[in-house]
Structures are given as structure tokens and as C-alpha cells.
Design a protein around this ligand. Structure first.
Ligand code: ZN
Length: 106
């Protein structure tokens, strides 16, 4: 994967301070048995948007990715990570977003 710049990692629920999320809890046994890589970033959903419009010829565009997950304790949905990546233009144009993503795993 190209350069990934993590802008912020939010390590605890902003409402109750719980560090665990529903998707991390669900993925934990599969990380243990090796079906999910141990270092895979797990989230409920991820959205992305171009930070800079592709106004000139370039191969990629800086894109912001926001990961969301659900607090395991109080149940609120909150942003767990923001990161920036350069995404190839062909992916931005073809899908209206970033590259295809599987099941909320970053
Ligand atoms: Zn919470």
C-alpha cells in the first residue's frame, strides 16, 4: 500500500472511555486463529473523500479516510481513525470513491 499518514487515532470512546469496539471484539477470535491479519485495522465502516480536487494531470489524489466503529460498552458510533492516503485517480473516477474495500477492514 502506498503511503498512509494516520492523522489521528481515537483510542477510547469519547462518551464513556471504553477502549473496546464491537467490530474489534467480533474480529478478535479470527485474529487469534489467523483468518484476519493481526495488524489489520478493523472498523464498522469507512468513508473517504478527496482532500484536493484532481484539477491537474496526476496519477493520484490525496484522500481522507474516516473509520467508524461502535463502542462495546455504551453503543455510540464514533470515529476511531482518520488517515490520509494517495489514491490512484482511476479508482476515484471509476467508483466515485476509493478502492474497493472488504467488510470494513482497513
Ligand atoms: Zn462508550
Amino acid at each position: 500500500m502506498a503511503d498512509v499518514k494516520i492523522i489521528t487515532d481515537i483510542l477510547k470512546c469519547p462518551n464513556c472511555g471504553c477502549p473496546d469496539t464491537v467490530n474489534r471484539a467480533a474480529a478478535a477470535p479470527y485474529k487469534e486463529d489467523g483468518r484476519i491479519p493481526k495488524d489489520a485495522y478493523v472498523a464498522h465502516s469507512v468513508t473517504n473523500k478527496m482532500i484536493v480536487p484532481p484539477t491537474k494531470v496526476s496519477l493520484s489524489v490525496p484522500t481522507l479516510f474516516i473509520y467508524m466503529d461502535i463502542c462495546l460498552d455504551c453503543g455510540i458510533l464514533y470515529a476511531t481513525r482518520a488517515e490520509q492516503r494517495d489514491v490512484p485517480i482511476k479508482y476515484q473516477m471509476a467508483g466515485g470513491g476509493g478502492p474497493p474495500r472488504g467488510a470494513g477492514f482497513g
